[in-house]
Design a binder for this molecule. Structure first.
Ligand SMILES: [Zn+2]
Length: 149
């Protein structure tokens, strides 16, 4: 592969990854804006009615809290996207944290914040499950010893 071809491949990948992140960013932005409009609209209704009994209004509060928590989560996702875009500029986005291979675009499209390639992630999950099983066995064993004591 010539240097020129290599540059072209890298540029194409950069463009595609950037498109994935920006598309996701747009989706979340419009979702957040939609939710904020809803919350404001509900707030206005509540003020006009002003006759809700305590139970109903506390139910509304909970709904508002859930709504705000959702918006907060979306805002955090937006931060992650911005961070990913920064890493993309630096050339460190989209490479596996473990083996350094490129993470496939398909995977990044589904999981934009994936830091491992599919193989490394699967290997890690197997390990996590094995560790959990070991911990459970140890837990069960110590419970047994406690009962003996
Ligand atoms: Zn890997």
């Amino acid at each position: 592969m010539t240097a020129h071809n290599r540059d072209q491949v890298a540029t194409r990948r950069y463009d595609e990854l950037k498109a994935i992140l920006e598309e996701r960013r747009r989706e979340i932005m419009s979702e957040v804006q939609g939710r904020m409009r809803d919350v404001r609209a509900e707030g206005a209704n509540g003020a006009v009615q002003g006759v809700l009994d305590a139970a109903e209004s506390s139910e509304l509060d909970i709904q508002d809290e859930i709504e705000f928590a959702l918006i907060q989560m979306k805002a955090e996702t937006l931060n992650k996207i911005d961070e990913a875009l920064r890493r993309l500029e630096e050339g460190t986005y989209g490479n596996c944290f473990e083996c350094g291979d490129e993470i496939s675009e398909k995977r990044l499209r589904a999981l934009p914040f994936a830091v491992r390639c599919k193989d490394c992630e699967e290997a890690r999950e197997v390990k996590v499950q094995r560790d959990r099983l070991m911990a459970q066995r140890r837990g069960a064993a110590s419970l047994f010893i406690d009962m003996q004591g």
